[in-house]
Ligand binder design. Sequence first.
Ligand SMILES: NC(=O)c1ccc[n+]([C@@H]2O[C@H](COP(=O)([O-])OP(=O)(O)OC[C@H]3O[C@@H](n4cnc5c(N)ncnc54)[C@H](OP(=O)(O)O)[C@@H]3O)[C@@H](O)[C@H]2O)c1
Length: 281
Amino acid sequence: MQEITLSNGVKMPLLGYGVFQVSPAECERCVSDALSVGYRLIDTAQAYANEEGVGNAWRKSGLKREELFLVTKVWIANNGEEKAAKSIDESLRKLQTDYIDLLLIHQAYGDVFGTWRAMEKAYHDGKVRAIGVSNFQSGCFFDFAHYVDVKPMVNQLQCNTLIQQTAIEPILAEFGTRMMAWGPLGGQGVEGIVKSEELAAIGAKYGKSAAQVALRWLTQRGVVAIPKSSHKERMAQNFDIFDFTLTADDMAAVAKLNQHDTGTIDFGDPQFVKYLIENYG
Ligand SMILES: NC(=O)c1ccc[n+]([C@@H]2O[C@H](COP(=O)([O-])OP(=O)(O)OC[C@H]3O[C@@H](n4cnc5c(N)ncnc54)[C@H](OP(=O)(O)O)[C@@H]3O)[C@@H](O)[C@H]2O)c1
């Protein structure tokens, strides 16, 4: 598996498996399948309510802890120094491990600076190997990264062939922050990428599917991708992207597919913020 090196020297797989909208009951089976396919990075979150399933799957896999890269996220209901610290211990308990490889702030609302202090402490105490954020769009990310002591090592954003997140790249680079792509295939029930004729035509040259081209394009940019599938054969297909290379012309052709550079969710929209805080804060 190809890896990237985070700003603190921690090595992170370039491709992983995500478990958003995988029910707690189904999660253990899905992660067991993903591990048997070869995935070693698993992306979960407190809000997904399936950290225990991830922990059960790796415990039963026989893999050594250091062979895995576990990612989880602090939810907005746990924001603030004290609550975030407790929630980190709760995530460790559910994941059945004594360290998390990468811990992210899930959403940029509430007392994120307090949350970050708890994450910095967990980082210095060895409970977490790397810390970062998710869904921090460019202005918000700059403000946050400027003022914190330990700079975010990762920003996990909605990113795929239709939502390319090119505008934020120089801002991330300023802080040595790497991008991780959620929704790398467009998300649940969205078929614009996996059924894209343009991507399929590129893939036909290499015997690859549109989905494989989409994931190869991200990882070839150096963006970590975490596709989700409940089907083992699709997990295997999505994993099989390191035996071909897109040419500069292919990369340029995919770059032209960009439609919503910063994503389809406006995280600054007061209605969206209100909805999240009122329902989950
Ligand atoms: N930080 C955040 O706020 C945030 C938000 C969303 C997601 N995430 C993370 O990112 C991960 C991935 O994002 P996502 O789950 O939203 O979407 P995604 O991985 O882009 O797409 C998943 C969808 O694509 C289908 N699929 C997967 N592989 C396929 C293939 N080879 N061919 C055709 N269809 C395929 C899946 O269906 P089947 O399952 O039926 O195969 C599912 O409907 C999540 O699981 C989560 O870990 C983070």
